[in-house]
Design a protein around this ligand. Sequence first.
Ligand code: C5P
Length: 221
Amino acid sequence: MNKLRVAIDGPASAGKSTVAKLVAKRFSYIYCDTGAMYRSTTLKAMRLGIDLHNESEIVNMLNNTKITFKPSTNGQLVFIDGNEVTNEIRQENVTNSVSTVAALTKVRSILVKQQKAIANCGGIVMDGRDIGTTVIPDAEVKIFLIASVSERAERRFKDNAEKGIHTPLEELKREIELRDYKDSHREVSPLTKAKDAIELDTTSLSINEVVDEISKIIKNN
Ligand code: C5P
């Protein structure tokens, strides 16, 4: 079987990265979490005290920044300029600010260029918001994962509890809805389902069922 390019898009907390990692493992493909690139950019800008609406300062910063990944037993480690930030980029303050940075046109063009280069060799599962529409519009397999807001908030609630974070469920729902709204209404590459993507509603599916479903689609390609 040829090494395919698999694009997985969808709204916040639809289970994209969990599923994408497992699919990549099953086919011995590379996994690329593009959300981690927007999160790392946001974290570095916050650490430097840059106003998150200031496109030119963030672009200057990004031109002097290296975001890298290293595979690990639990998935993937993320580094900014050689320093590990895997957990820090998932903290609430970054999560609630990342859509502001991801809406900046020039930031997107720098990161999309890097993502296209990563995807070029094939044998890759890439997840994000604009993979099937902008980063790999000719991907052999395009999946659009969705789940109800309540289900996604509950998944986040459980993940948070394991990390000792206790944000109330209603607040998580509001945060998810707001992030979806911002990601779907920005001017550049808003979150939309590519015309040729296969939509999977994961609300009542287990992780393994979703991975099996995507694996079937890949094998039938
Ligand atoms: O997937 P994750 O939740 O980690 O993504 C964090 C944020 O990064 C999203 O809410 C979105 O604002 C941005 N993002 C994006 N395009 C992508 C991946 C992520 O705009 N391809």
